[in-house]
Design a protein around this ligand. Sequence first.
Ligand code: ZN
Length: 146
Amino acid sequence: MTEPTLDPLPKATRSAIIRRGLRGTCPNCGQCQLFASMLRIHRHCPDCGMTLERGNGYYLGPLCINYGFVALGFVAPLLLMGVGGWMPLKAALALALIGALLLPILLYRTCWSLWLMLYYLCLPDELHANRPEDSDDLLFEEDARR
Ligand SMILES: [Zn+2]
């Protein structure tokens, strides 16, 4: 791991936050991928040092997005199609079960990226890049709590 840079980053506009969220990169610098492996997010960005996995329930955001995609976007429509007679009920149940088991894993990374994107779209001033240059507070709040 390289040492995080202390050079001032350019301001992260909302469009940059969206681009970084869709690409799955750090919302602060846009340089590194969010994940160190298939299912393990970097605790801190290797390039800028921003805390990506903040702990203490922060994982609930991606979990809710993931659940919404799977339950409302896949399982419920399949069950409605099965009950409504547009497809055999047993096939709909089987597909819904398979999707309910596999989709959360397949969407895990995407949901983390979407969560970080939505979070910093709502609170862009929490990004280190958007803090004033004369700010004495160079640490993120979660780092200061440790
Ligand atoms: Zn970064």
